[in-house]
Design a protein around this ligand. Sequence first.
Ligand SMILES: [Cu+2]
Length: 195
Amino acid sequence: MQKHVILGAALFAALLAAPLSAGEIKGTVHAKGMRNSEDAVVYVAAIPGKSFPAPAAHVKIDQLNLQFIPHVTTVLVGTTVDFQNSDAVLHNVFSPDACASKFNLGTWPKGDHRSYTFKDECVATLLCKVHPEMEGFVVATPTPYAAVTKADGTYTIANVPDGAYTLKVWHPKAKGTSKPVTVKGTATADFEISK
Ligand SMILES: [Cu+2]
C-alpha cells in the first residue's frame, strides 16, 4: 500500500516537472484613437532552440462582397494560403511587399482559388487590381503562437510552452511594440498602442 502511495507521488512530481506543459497568453490591446481595437496581431517572436516545420494544411482567405475575409490573417512561416473568389466578379490578389516576393496571382473567377506560400517572416498587404478599395493583410510569424484581437481588443494565444519570450504586437494603423512575457501555465500581457 505504502509503495503505491510513494509511486503515485513520484509520478505526480514527474508530471509537474514535465517541460512540455503548456499554457496560454491572454490580454487586451488598446488601440488609442482608433475606432476599435480589432485586427491587432499579438505573437511570440521566437522560442530559443525551436523551429517550426511548414504546416501541411492550407489556410483559406475568402474574397467575398469585395472584401478580404478575414481582414487580417496570421500564419506560421511556410504556410500556403488559398485565396478563394466567392464573388460573381473577377478578383486579383497581389502584394507590393518584398517579404512576400511582390507576388501577383493574376485574376480568377468565382469558385476558383490561387495559392501563395509565405516563405519568410512578413507583414504582407493584400490588394486587388480590379478593386482598388480592397485591402487585407497576412502576418507570417516565426512561431505558431499568434492571435488576432477581437473588436474589444482581447486576444488569447493557446498552447504556449512555458518559458520567457518576447511578445510582439502589430496593427495595420498603429505603431508596433513588444514586451517580455513569462509563461508558467498562464500569462497576461496588455498593450496600449497608437499612431
Ligand atoms: Cu477584387
